[in-house]
Ligand binder design. Structure first.
Ligand code: BGC
Length: 761
């Protein structure tokens, strides 16, 4: 474990500057607002190691793929999230020397991410090479209230001199991606303009043609007094700045306020984009920094009201869970159905900012319980809108009659990942999309969704599965060959238990939905489909170890050398950084929950003993080299009563990035697994389960926590739950009664009622 930053309930704090930690810190201290996001780069020039990162939701580049040998069906491109216009830039120059923390002598440094208020603060005292001493203080935020606005308050105080200082706030779209297959430059100039205390830069992405307009307005203050400055303005391709010199008196604080708008043709026409951006930033400027900040804070407070988990007695755990919640809401707020949740959110370039099955399997459960149902609905609508592309994708692979295969990785519905074992074979993602619809309906009771949007998606996916199974005369059952399960440490396997199980479930669910809706709304499946599918679901092959209740991950699993992860020497972990790929593929080691993922999704269909025996079989063989793994294991461990294991797994997921377990926080954060962390507290420790008619609770509490409490949404009502070492209670904050099953006993909790204190098991 590698504690990088200070432990604090609501804040992430760094009190000294370490250039070698700068890239990690840039990821950890990132800020965003669901529409765009920004790594914690410095406003002023910095010539040390850094990953400049400003990302705009939905804006990507179709990078040419790199593959050794092209095969039919490969997607044409690999989508890259684009590093876009640097909007934070403010250069400072004293006597011809640029302020640059890489060269200056830093006498004090403080950086703080305030998660409650969504702000990034930095205070530095430094001595330049020319001997001038300065104090810099910057506070910035990406407005949660106005999703195209950000603001920076940047102050300079001369400490040992009075004299002229040059301020040059700028916008710069001459930005290269770190992650680019052929070191191409991804932007083209549209236009740029600068005027008195204002400027904009509009850049166009090559090939995809997204226009991104960044506009700024500035004001300058001596202490609290507005100063009338007359900047020089300058533009060059993809760049615009204002620049002015001002005489600064020793000891006084001078503040540049920079208001920025960032908008793109994802949401606006190219005709109106620039004017829209200019108008937005003008409005923000007229509103003023304080007012913008206050409304931004209130928007965060509203989110925390529903999404927070309060843990007392363990500040590290408290900080960890809040960091996860904070990053998730910075990445996705549900305000735009065109957006989704990239595994690194707006904190880095890896994974292309694209949509993975992570959204349905991990993030939707989080948003369903912490936000209005509209948020999860948007994520479902995103996939509904891409159904045609999913059908096209399946047809390219030879599937017919409207069968749909959703991509493993996508920006716009097209598959954009080029490893064959992922794109062609990791088809289980199709199942998670249907599971998310089912999950949405049981949390919200919104059955209308099925009528309006759900049925076509469910049927198209079921059609794919029905065609993907084939009859095996040898096994006298339907089998599924050549897949990759969630465990990506083995490819091209036959009968991955998880994939066969979820595929069968999807077809069963399609049949169930058809039978309940076809009479009222008309049939959407043909008679023949209903008949053949009904036969198929009764005859699906699911590998199982003979004479036991162990569900085998795939055919041939028992032929492997049955070692445990504890047999791997610690210096060879993680195996993906030490072993050849061939060795990994042949080994028994499991990258992430696979059979256990299925037992988690469908736990109602299994006895506790089955779940326990499979957990005991698979957990020791799992190396958890995907961030998505420990949370599922934590939930199951808590379910089977292994609280120590649950806690161990929880710690691993909750502070994964803060403590940089995987030594890769510099590349960006693991946003999607953060949702799994939240779920591992609520579904793991607290044992919350949602069914159509009730909430079930089986709370436990780690011994190091005094208490924890959180709220969940159920059918548009809020329920609050507090658990301590002696018991727990539940409050219904809504206006309708709620059915609870607590430790197996039924209760009806009336509107506004709080239960008596209930016993932990
Ligand atoms: C995991 C996948 C996941 C992807 C993006 C991979 O390492 O194995 O399950 O979808 O990361 O988070």
């Amino acid at each position: 474990m590698n504690n990088l930053f200070e432990i604090n309930d609501w804040k992430i704090i760094e009190t000294s500057f370490s250039p070698e930690k700068q890239k990690q810190a840039e990821s950890i201290f990132s800020i965003g607002n669901g529409s765009f996001g920004q790594r914690a780069n410095f406003e002023e020039s910095y010539s040390g190691e850094s990953l400049q990162g400003s990302y705009v939701g939905g804006v990507y580049y179709p990078d040419k793929t790199r593959v050794g040998w092209w095969k039919n069906g490969y997607p044409e491109y690999f989508a890259k999230v684009l590093n876009s216009c640097n909007w934070i830039g403010i250069d400072i120059e004293v006597d011809g020397e640029k302020v640059d923390l890489h060269h200056a002598k830093i006498t004090s440094f403080y950086r703080e991410l305030d998660m409650r208020n969504g702000t990034l603060l930095r205070k530095v005292r430094l001595t330049l090479r020319n001997g001038k001493e300065l104090e810099i203080e910057s506070l910035r935020f990406c407005s949660m209230k106005r999703n195209e606005i950000a603001a920076i308050s940047y102050s300079v105080r001369p400490l040992n001199f009075s004299g002229n200082v040059r301020f040059s706030p700028f916008l710069d779209a001459n930005i290269y991606n770190d992650d680019s297959n052929y070191d191409e430059f991804f932007w083209e100039e549209e236009s740029q303009k600068a005027g008195n205390k204002k400027a904009y830069v509009c850049a166009i992405t090559k090939k995809t043609g997204f226009h991104v307009a960044s506009s700024m307005r500035i004001s300058f203050w001596e202490e609290n007094q507005l100063v009338d400055i007359r900047p020089n303005y300058m533009t060059k391709p993809l760049y615009a700045e204002n620049s002015f010199e001002h005489f600064l008196e020793k000891g006084k604080k001078y503040t540049l306020k920079k208001y920025v708008s960032i908008c793109s043709t994802l949401n606006h026409s190219d005709f109106s984009l620039i004017t829209h951006g200019i108008n937005q930033v003008k409005e923000a400027y007229l509103t003023g920094f304080e007012e913008l900040l206050n409304e931004h804070k209130s928007a965060w407070h509203e989110i925390w009201e529903n999404a927070d988990i309060q843990i007392s007695g363990d500040t590290a755990a408290q900080q960890g869970i809040r960091f996860n919640i904070f990053q998730l809401y910075q990445t996705y707020t549900g305000s735009n159905e065109k957006l989704n949740i990239g595994p690194k959110g707006f904190t880095g370039e890896k994974y292309g900012g694209a949509t993975y099955w992570d959204t349905e399997a991990y993030c939707i459960p989080f948003y369903l319980k912490t936000a209005d149902s509209k948020v999860a609905r948007q994520l479902l609508i995103y996939r509904f809108n891409q159904l045609d592309k999913a059908i096209e994708n399946a047809s390219k692979l030879g599937f017919k009659n409207g069968a749909a295969l959703y991509p493993m990785v996508t920006m716009n519905g097209e598959e954009c990942h080029n490893e064959w074992e992922i794109t062609f074979e990791e088809i289980h993602r199709n199942g998670a999309i249907i599971y998310a619809i089912y999950n949405y309906v049981r949390h919200t009771g919104d059955t209308e969704y099925i009528r309006e949007y759900g049925r076509p998606v469910i049927n198209a996916v079921a059609r794919f599965w029905a065609q993907r199974f084939n009859w095996s005369a040898a096994k006298k059952a339907f089998v599924m060959l050549g897949v990759t399960g969630p465990n990506e440490y083995e490819n091209n396997v036959n009968n991955n238990w998880y994939t066969n199980y979820i595929a069968r479930w999807c077809i069963e669910y399609a049949l169930e939905i058809e039978s309940s809706w076809s009479e009222k709304e008309g049939a959407l499946l043909s008679k023949e489909e209903v008949e053949t599918w009904s036969h198929l679901v009764k005859n699906v092959y699911l590998p199982q170890l003979e004479g036991t209740n162990i569900f085998l991950q795939q055919d041939g699993f028992m032929d492997k050398e049955l070692l445990n992860a504890s047999d791997i020497p610690s210096e060879e972990r993680p195996i993906n950084q030490h072993w050849s790929w061939d060795r990994i593929l042949r080994s028994v080691f499991i990258k992430q929950a696979d059979v256990l993922q299925g037992l988690y999704f469908f736990e109602d269909q299994f006895d506790l003993e089955d779940i326990k025996d499979n957990f005991d079989f698979y957990e020791p063989k799992t190396v958890h080299e995907s961030s998505l793994s420990p949370c599922v294991h934590a939930i199951i461990a808590a379910k089977i009563g292994d609280l120590n294991k649950a806690y161990e797994m929880y710690l691993r997921t909750s502070r994964l990035d803060l403590d940089d377990y995987n030594h890769e926080a510099d590349e960006g954060l693991h946003i999607t697994s953060m949702a799994g962390t939240w779920v591992s507290v609520v579904e793991g420790f607290a044992g919350v389960r949602i069914n159509e008619n009730n909430i079930t609770l089986e709370p436990k509490i780690p011994s190091s926590w005094e208490s924890y409490s959180f709220k969940i949404r159920f059918k548009n009502q809020t329920v609050a739950i507090t658990i301590n070492q002696n018991g727990y209670h539940v409050s219904n904050l809504g206006d309708q009664p709620i059915n609870l099953i607590c430790n197996g006993n039924q209760h009806v909790l009336e509107a506004s009622q709080t239960s008596e204190s209930l016993q932990l098991i």
